[in-house]
Design a protein around this ligand. Structure first.
Ligand code: 7RM
Length: 669
């Protein structure tokens, strides 16, 4: 295998943001962590005496069927947390509440996408007791079909409560779920079936997306045809497909292989004790695509992951019993795993789950939902926030959002422009914003403000969560001075870190534990400011080198978006004889703005003024849309190829909308 050149650090830090927002006294007074000093004290304790800290937290937060003996066994790069303990994630999310006042509290408030009158969608509410019952019944269906501890199961469903039921049913009997986002193709499903050796797929006839039906079962049929044709579907793999009825359109059921979910429930009762599982029992595999090669099956295990999801949900979102929490991510993404399913349920929190698109039937669907259910905490992504900005403030202002008390952001750097809009227009200037940095691999939030304690600044995820020791280092692994760019690493193992890449320990070691000695390499470029706050400047692979200046993509993009005409921007490098790399910017405009040559010049000058002459773009191109992953991240790798006039190569299966690429490559067609 050819090794790609090591990404280099020493990134120039250019953009400066000076605004500071202190937590409001009323918010802090009621918060779990009330002062910055209290956060500091707890964090110092957590990194100085991790053993004692995690022992105490794991005992207090989780329900154990057998207590653990040892906190951490670390043989770099392999960690075992809470060694010897036994517990069950589904019991921690459900059974725990049965004998309490939470039993009949709503666990999931679900809203379907179809909304014919432009107002209300279909509604389903599941209390903790009802969810427990459904999970027990479906776990019995799995058992009846021969599913055993350690078996892998692909869940390929739309955003319906059955997705949560299926995940927790797997967890209940020790099967390992691998959720595949419902927008992925048959080929992606086939790849994941093969790589994981899954024994079963749980899917639905279809799902709704922007009014249209996504034919999930048809994709599964195609996926299994692909794996059959390849002949490398291991024996005993994917013998069964369970199908949830959602859209009701006609589908093909293969005799002896495919079964309706609702029919199967007729054969089982609701009695299914949670199996006591080892702390390190695999809980799920989640595939994430790297910039090269096949997708990696990121493995998470039971105790450490659950502790991370629960603690971060509790402290970062400062949840209380009366909150209505809404994480808008899909369950097919790690954010959905940790903040729709495991974190909130383990904390007994009511969650909103919405099936469809933010602009269906109109661009105010999110605000309608918040008003309707009195959502108090909203957790969404910068890509969505920028889309809302583009659609205009009126859609937001039409609705009563006074129930909101806290806002969260995840997925990309949130540029200060979007941060301020989120704060003022959505949050009415009254809600703190938690900008949370983490990854599929890290399992749960890593760098984040605590809303009652940490002063925030627009554009930074601020400081590490308890027990997390991040650092910004140069190519030799040495910490860089303040306000100097470098590689973001994590120095010590933490309970919710990935345990490996499924079936590929060598790739795990190579990808995450070889770049910087004795450290977890995140792949992100970062700088710390004078207060120690962490500013992500983009992926290391995307860092630009313009005339010897190493510039993070996030800074230039942020400068572009700070111009009133710009909705979104993506910045990439194109080879340039003189400067090494020339800066090419792809820009989408706000509704009603004209794409003129004058505006291009204005944008170039604007960036030059905001950041400095070195960052002045060589080329500004207007686009209708940018190529994004299904979770909303801009795919700069593809833009780089377009910018240099190359043929588009590499994995495009994670792309949300293929037509976007075609348009960008041939803008005049
Ligand atoms: C949760 C998730 C991980 C990558 C990560 C970063 C970027 C995520 C932030 C962020 C700046 C943030 N998992 N990223 N959150 N960058 N500020 N608050 O997104 O595996 O899909 O992506 O996303 O580059 O490495 S992920």
């Amino acid at each position: 295998m050819s090794k790609k050149p090591a990404p280099r650090a020493n990134i120039s830090a250019l953009l400066q943001e000076k605004r500071v927002f202190k937590p409001a006294a009323e918010f802090s007074a009621r918060a779990h962590v009330k002062t910055f000093a209290q956060y500091r004290k707890l964090w110092l304790e957590s990194v100085r005496k991790p053993d004692a800290f995690w022992r105490k937290q794991a005992k207090a937060e989780l329900v154990w069927q057998k207590p653990f003996a040892k906190v951490l066994q670390w043989k770099e790069p392999f960690a075992k947390w809470f060694v010897g303990g036994r517990l069950n994630a589904s019991a921690n999310c459900l059974d725990k509440w049965l004998e309490t006042a939470h039993a009949n509290k709503a666990a999931i408030i679900w809203e379907g996408e179809p909304a014919t009158d432009g107002r209300a969608g279909e509604e389903r509410v599941l209390t903790f007791r009802q969810l427990h019952r459904e999970v027990c019944r479906f776990a019995n269906v799995l058992k009846r079909h021969g599913i055993k501890r350690g078996d892998r199961i692909i869940i390929y469903l739309p955003m319906v409560p059955e997705a949560v039921v299926a995940m927790l049913a797997c967890a209940r009997i020790g099967a390992v779920h691998s959720v595949v986002f419902g927008g992925f193709s048959a080929q992606s499903v086939a790849d994941r079936v093969q790589d994981s050796g899954a024994r079963m797929i749980i899917t639905s006839d279809g799902g709704y997306r922007r009014g249209a039906i996504v034919a999930l079962k048809k994709n599964v049929d195609e996926a299994l045809a692909i794996t059959d044709a390849n002949g490398d579907r291991p024996a005993k793999s994917c013998e069964k497909v369970i199908v949830v009825r959602r859209t009701g359109h006609e589908i093909h059921l293969a005799e002896g292989r495919d079964f309706w979910w609702h029919r199967e429930l007729d054969y089982v009762d609701a009695n299914c004790p949670a199996v006591p599982l080892d702390s390190e029992a695999p809980l799920f595999i989640l595939y994430t695509s790297g910039s090269t090669g096949k997708p990696k099956g990121i493995l998470h295990t039971t105790a450490g992951y659950l502790l991370g999801a629960k603690m971060t949900h509790k402290y970062v979102f400062d949840v209380r019993d009366e909150d209505v929490f809404w994480c808008t991510a899909d369950v097919g993404w790690v954010t959905g795993h940790s903040y729709i399913v495991y974190g909130p349920l383990a904390n007994g929190t009511t969650c909103v789950m919405y099936e469809g698109a933010p602009n269906w039937p109109e661009p105010d669907r999110f605000w309608r939902i918040i008003e309707k259910y009195r959502v108090s905490i909203l957790y969404t992504a910068p890509t969505a926030i920028r889309a809302f900005m583009k659609w205009g403030d009126d859609w937001v202002k039409k609705h009563d959002l006074s129930s909101l008390r806290l806002l969260g952001s995840v997925g990309e750097p949130i540029n200060p422009e979007a941060w301020m809009w989120y704060h003022n227009v959505v949050g009415g200037g009254r809600c703190p914003i938690v900008d949370t940095w983490w990854q599929t691999e890290t399992g749960a939030i890593m760098i984040t403000p605590l809303p009652g304690a940490t002063p925030t600044k627009p554009g930074t995820a601020t400081l590490p969560f308890f027990g997390i020791l991040p650092e910004v280092v140069d190519d030799s692994g040495k910490p860089v001075p303040k306000n100097t760019g470098g590689k973001l690493v994590v120095r010590k193992p933490w309970p919710w870190m990935l345990r490996g890449i499924w079936g590929d320990p060598a790739r795990y070691k190579e990808t995450y534990w070889s770049e910087v000695k004795h450290s977890y390499f995140t792949g992100d470029g970062c700088r710390q400011d004078e207060d120690g706050y962490f500013w992500i400047v983009g992926r290391i692979d995307d860092v630009l080198n313009v005339a010897g200046h190493r510039i993070g993509t996030a800074e230039v993009e942020s400068a572009l978006v700070s111009h009133p005409s710009v909705a979104e921007a993506a910045v990439v490098g194109r080879p340039d004889e003189l400067k090494g790399q020339a800066l090419v910017c792809f820009v989408t405009l706000k509704t009603g703005q004209a794409a003129t040559q004058d505006l291009k010049n204005e944008l170039r000058n604007h960036v030059g003024k905001e950041i400095g002459p070195v960052a002045k773009p060589d080329d500004v191109r207007f686009a209708d849309a940018l190529p994004k992953t299904r979770s909303g991240k801009i795919m700069r790798r593809l833009l780089k190829q377009i910018a240099s006039g190359m043929e588009i190569k590499g994995d495009t299966t994670t792309l949300e909308d293929l037509s976007v690429l075609a348009k960008l490559s041939n803008p005049d067609e």
